[in-house]
Design a protein. Structure first.
Length: 318
């Protein structure tokens, strides 16, 4: 048998490549995620009005799922036996089979599947059961954040605070699936499940607002869960410092005034307030139909900002 001596530089390169592969496989995790579908009465505005909604784990949006690029997501969905509808889960971050992993399950059933979080970014998840227009517009949606495996750096700086905003629809109670499909009976825009959720300026019943200290880098993960209409996202009294399309650090734009978010799409935006004084911003969907019917979020930039807001996984204010 003949043996061929491998040149030293090539051997070193092969050793380095194997080491990198080993490190990547060690750093990748299996992340268990479990949700239960609940059809419940939920408060949909700051005045306490309730409506029958369909949810993941009883909230709108559903739980924030956060993993790292390369992680394996081990997901289990339970359809509560008290529900009347079949439901499913469609992760936009997954590359699977729509007829298998994303198929619906009946009340009392459960479903498990796995997928690799291959691409970094922010992705919507939602129910794909029929009628999808009704299931999504009743509140069956949320966000999965896939952090880049390289972490933070000059091209993707670490934020001082970060918030999740998911904008969706509110239809008149009793609106049929067919009418929802054509946007008939549309009533308002929901921000994390409520009309004017974080806007004490336009809603005297609002008690919450986003906060930061002057000069801090605030990062928003923004999902458009409207079933038909786009979002024209604009920071009144500010400019988006950086915009990461689909939340991917490689897809960056700078100094943007307004960015378009298509239905079922998401992006990441950075905002930095003046550091020498207290200021306020209004994060608004500049489509006036949406803005004046619920899609305005106030950001207060002041020295006494609540230190817990936008930190330590407190990304969705409830």
């Amino acid at each position: 048998m003949l043996y061929r001596k491998i040149p030293f530089p090539l051997l070193s390169l092969l050793t380095l490549s194997l080491s990198m592969l080993t490190l990547e496989s060690v750093s990748a995790r299996t992340v268990d995620v479990e949700m239960t579908v609940k059809e419940v009465e939920l408060v949909v505005d700051n005045a306490g009005t309730t409506q029958k909604m369909w949810t993941y784990d009883g909230t709108i949006p559903g739980p924030v799922v956060r993993v790292k690029q390369g992680d394996l997501v081990n997901f289990t969905l339970h359809n509560d036996s008290n529900n009347k509808q079949s439901h499913s889960m469609d992760f936009h971050a997954a590359i699977v089979d729509v007829l298998d992993e994303f198929s619906e399950i009946k009340p009392g059933e459960q479903k498990n599947f796995q997928f690799e979080a291959k691409y970094p970014g922010v992705f919507m998840y939602h129910c794909g059961a029929s009628s999808m227009a009704e299931h999504i517009s009743r509140g069956m949606y949320g966000i999965i954040i896939v952090d880049p495996k390289g972490g933070y750096g000059a091209d993707y700086p670490k934020p001082d605070r970060e918030y999740v905003i998911v904008q969706g629809d509110l239809f008149e109670d009793g609106t049929s699936a067919e009418d929802r499909k054509w946007n008939k009976g549309w009533q308002a825009a929901l921000i994390n499940g409520k009309v004017f959720h974080y806007d004490p300026v336009h809603d005297e019943n609002a008690t919450l607002a986003l906060e930061s200290k002057p000069g801090e880098l605030v990062r928003l993960y923004y999902v458009n869960a409207h079933i038909n209409e786009s979002v024209a996202l604009h920071p009144i009294a500010g400019i988006w410092d950086r915009v990461y399309e689909n939340g991917n650090p490689k897809n960056v734009r700078y100094g943007m005034q307004t960015v378009d978010i298509a239905p079922a799409y998401a992006l990441t935006v950075d905002l930095i307030s003046p550091k020498d004084r207290a200021t306020n911003n209004a994060i608004v969907d500049h489509a006036m139909k949406h803005a004046l019917n619920g899609a305005i979020t106030v950001l207060l930039n002041h020295e006494d900002a609540d230190p817990a807001k936008g930190r330590d996984n407190n990304l969705v204010l409830r």
